[in-house]
Design a protein around this ligand. Sequence first.
Ligand SMILES: [Zn+2]
Length: 136
Amino acid sequence: MLKIPVVLQQEMIDLAKRDSPIEICGYLSGNGEAAKKVIPLTNTDHSAEHFSFDPKEQFQAVKNARATGHELIAVYHSHPASPARLSAEDLRLANDPRIVYIIVSLQNPEEPVLKAFNVNAGAVTEVAILSSEGCE
Ligand SMILES: [Zn+2]
């Protein structure tokens, strides 16, 4: 399970819409199962079908999260035109069983869908997203 405040879910959806049809990507930082902050990163691929992080921004994100007592608990990216599930490419790159992978799908722009997954040695498990109010 992952607790994501509604405002943070909206933040990811807004970013995804802003940059569509380019995929957006970034981290959620927080503690344990509670997300506290959205950390947008540049998609250095500038692609509608895949993303890459900027290693310098990645390093900075880790540093900033630690400075505020947070860890990076999830990686998110958008699917501007495809469903909220991990693509073959996403699966290939999902090599950390401790992190949650979030997809923001804008396939139906009227109803953005957020889904979260764990990947362990290629096996995908959906992680329930609990919408919490505000950041406590
Ligand atoms: Zn993807």
